[in-house]
Design a protein around this ligand. Structure first.
Ligand SMILES: *Cc1c(COP(=O)(O)O)cnc(C)c1O
Length: 462
């Protein structure tokens, strides 16, 4: 059994087997349904029987998992998946994941994995420069946007009151408050709860009728909170709302945050990829003025899941927030010792996926991917508008919130019918309180033919 678990380096025949099996499975997926087309009853009995008492031959074990996933998922690698940014991953990222797994470096401490940490930190610094943060800005990879956003709240709380580190929320004699638009990503509620300031710390500021933070409403909410004894600590602007790709007024947010002495975070979880494109990046103007920024690699940059980034112009603050000394860890006081500069301790080599994606494609490769997405999204909405639909959002990004000719009430039926058909996955959401069909074309495998086929399908449904 030891041989199956820990084969010698020259006895890794399963690598080739696995490559072949994956290639076949992904081909099956791409020609099949974007929706799960088997139901849980087809795998649950086998799982229930699996008591791990009898070892299974490795290729049989893996083939079962691959077959089960081939029919048992909404398929992000399917070209008709017009979903929630879960990307068809770049092949480079997929290979990178395999390389990271094979070496399995522990990158929480620089001295344990100097090469891996340097590769990651290089990507982080390049990304910070790409969005215009000043020289000396830094940060780290995270599990995703939520961890990065959580880190921004810790920064805001520690920078507004250095006692926060020891005393937590009790360092404040008032309720700390933070400001996001009501179109923001609502992980903010869980984040506020987990950092100990409670969900009521989150102010969901009204939008301007076009999905962006209403600046007057923001100023007024801050005023009202101060008068009632709260302690505002941060504004988190969204650069690319999850729903509709709308970008809050970043310059105005900066001005107000500076005037009120608040931390300014910009959540560009999916929108950050616009920075790759010379023609589209101006939509992010003002992001360079943020104190900190979230960008997910696993959304529009199309790496495999579990890859976000936290970037900040003030990285020394991270060392103050996350600093700990233990006897069993190699002594560290360097910004490259990630366990004392970030939330995670044991750490996977996350950044290799974006490193290899960017190295192989270049910024221009990502720019093409992003621009292609935006083009396809425009093709979809133009064709639907010609068929009596209305596009409700006006985003520079690749997401369209569309209302069918009959009005919002028909959206649920139409989206259900699309999902039933199986060739496409899109979703229903609300934009400025109106139900819409949401199509997000960030999938690198989608092309114009798929868009035409979706339009044809929608024509038969309305
Ligand atoms: C997806 C998203 C998040 C959350 O990121 P995860 O990677 O899912 O944790 C936060 N903000 C925005 C704007 C997002 O689109």
């Amino acid at each position: 059994m030891q041989d199956a678990l820990f084969p010698l380096p020259n006895e890794r025949g399963l690598d080739d087997w696995l490559s072949q099996a994956l290639s076949e499975a992904l081909q099956t997926v791409s020609m099949g349904s974007a929706m799960p087309d088997s139901d849980p009853d087809s795998w649950r009995p086998a799982l229930a029987r699996q008591d791990f008492e009898t070892p299974t031959e490795p290729t049989r074990a893996m083939q079962w998992v691959i077959d089960t996933l081939t029919t048992g998922l909404v398929q992000p690698t399917h070209p008709g998946y017009l979903g929630l940014f879960n990307p068809a991953p770049t092949y480079a990222a997929e290979c990178a994941d395999r390389i990271a797994a094979a070496f399995n470096p522990q990158i929480c401490v620089y001295s344990h994995a100097p090469a891996a940490v340097d590769i990651e930190q290089h990507v982080i610094r390049q990304m910070a420069l790409r969005i215009g943060l000043p020289e000396g800005s830094s940060g780290h990879f995270t599990s995703g946007g939520s961890e990065a956003n959580l880190t921004s709240v810790l920064c805001a709380l520690a920078s507004a009151n250095p006692g926060f580190r020891q005393l937590g929320a009790r360092a404040y004699d008032a309720q700390p408050t933070l400001y996001v638009s009501r179109e923001s990503h609502l992980a903010w509620l869980k984040i506020a709860q987990s950092v100990g300031i409670g969900r009521q710390a989150v102010r969901l500021v009204d939008t301007d009728g076009a999905g962006r933070m209403d600046m007057q409403a923001l100023a007024k909410t801050i005023d009202t909170d101060r008068q009632s004894g709260c302690m505002p600590v941060m504004v988190a602007a969204t650069a690319g709302t999850t729903n509709a790709g709308m970008i809050d007024p970043l310059h105005e947010c900066r001005e107000l945050a500076s005037h009120e002495a608040l931390w300014l975070h910009v959540d560009a979880a999916w929108g950050g990829a616009l920075a790759a494109s010379p023609t589209l990046r101006s939509a992010l103007d003002g992001i360079e003025l943020a104190d900190s920024v979230t960008i997910d690699a696993h959304k529009w940059f199309a790496t495999t899941m579990g890859a976000g980034m936290f970037l900040t112009r003030n990285p020394t603050l991270l060392g103050q927030i996350f600093d700990v000394a233990t006897d069993y860890m190699p002594a560290g006081d360097s910004p490259d010792d990630l366990y004392i500069n970030s939330m995670q301790w044991s750490r996977r080599f996350i950044g290799i996926r974006l490193y290899l994606t960017l190295t192989i494609a270049g910024w221009q490769g990502i720019a093409q991917h992003v621009e292609h997405s935006v083009d396809l999204c425009r093709q979809l909405s133009d064709q639907l508008i010609a068929n009596g639909w209305a596009q409700m959002n006006d985003s520079p990004m690749a997401v369209a919130c569309l209302q069918p000719p009959g009005g919002g009430e028909r959206v649920t039926d139409i989206v259900n019918a699309v999902q039933q058909d199986g060739r496409f996955w899109c979703s229903e959401t609300r934009y400025e309180r109106t139900p819409v069909l949401r199509a997000c074309i960030t999938n690198g495998r989608t092309d114009a033919q798929h868009i035409n086929a979706l339009v044809d399908l929608l024509r038969t449904l309305v």
